[in-house]
Design a protein around this ligand. Structure first.
Ligand SMILES: NC(=O)c1ccc[n+]([C@@H]2O[C@H](COP(=O)([O-])OP(=O)(O)OC[C@H]3O[C@@H](n4cnc5c(N)ncnc54)[C@H](OP(=O)(O)O)[C@@H]3O)[C@@H](O)[C@H]2O)c1
Length: 220
């Protein structure tokens, strides 16, 4: 989900190179050619208006789903709830009725700051709404025992080449800060998909010095 996003566009070629088949959901029909060129079968569907049953038609038969969509700064502020939270939940419903257990959620660092309704000091209102939407998505997905969920909380996403090295840690109440190239996020997502032992975990990701495979294997 979110196949024309900057992270997803780096993930699909890695999936294909790893021998996987991918279906890429986009909302803009103009994006289908790029997604097909990346190697995925494109599906046009707007997660805000589609039903989970419609989504399920495209999820059925998959080994896993990856939610990497996001409202970003586009459109009305409520889109953070509608896309980042409700969209992630809709994909969970679709996975559930299709019997797909594995779910990777691209979440965000910084969620500790909004736990229990807290409002962090000096953070722009729209960003607080975004963090809350991500936290609510995580909570909603974690409450579904039918999912093998890994929630990946990357730091600030950077458009830089892959380094292949990261700091990947289980989330605690301590906040993690830092950035990470989108290319490294994609590599971690692929490694997590291939490491079912990471199900049930919430992980914080920033750049570091541990090779991606090693970092994921240490948590699996
Ligand atoms: N930016 C950061 O520093 C940061 C940090 C941590 C985590 N994250 C999260 O990381 C994830 C991936 O980031 P990214 O940089 O790859 O994001 P991105 O480039 O903004 O991609 C997000 C994708 O979601 C799609 N989308 C938006 N609304 C949709 C809808 N209603 N139905 C279907 N698709 C929809 C967008 O499509 P359109 O092009 O049609 O809008 C876009 O292709 C996001 O969940 C983001 O919140 C970001």
């Amino acid at each position: 989900m979110g196949a024309h996003g900057k992270v997803a566009r780096q993930l699909v070629p890695l999936l294909v190179a790893g021998g996987h088949e991918a279906v890429g959901v986009v909302r803009n029909p103009d994006h289908t050619a790029d997604v097909a060129a990346d190697g995925a079968t494109p599906v046009v569907l707007d997660i805000e208006s589609a039903t989970s049953a419609e989504l399920a038609e495209h999820v059925r038969g998959s080994d896993a789903v990856v939610f990497s969509a996001g409202a970003g700064g586009k459109g009305a502020p409520e889109r953070k709830q509608h896309v980042d939270r409700d969209g992630a939940v809709k994909l969970a419903e679709a996975a559930e009725v299709s019997g797909v257990r594995r779910y990777l959620l691209v979440s965000s660092i910084g969620l500790q700051s909004v736990v229990d309704g807290a409002t962090p000091d000096g953070v722009e209102e729209g960003f607080v709404a975004y963090l809350r939407a991500k936290l609510e998505a995580e909570d909603a997905l974690r409450s579904r025992p039918s999912l093998d969920l890994t929630s990946l909380r990357p730091g600030h996403l950077l458009d830089e080449p892959a380094t292949g090295r990261v700091a990947l840690t289980r989330s605690t109440t301590d906040a993690v800060d830092g950035g990470v190239p989108r290319a490294d996020v994609a590599a971690v997502l692929l490694a997590l998909l291939e490491a079912p032992g990471t199900a049930g975990q919430t992980l914080e990701l920033v750049s570091g010095d541990v090779p991606v495979e090693e970092a994921v294997a240490a948590l699996a």
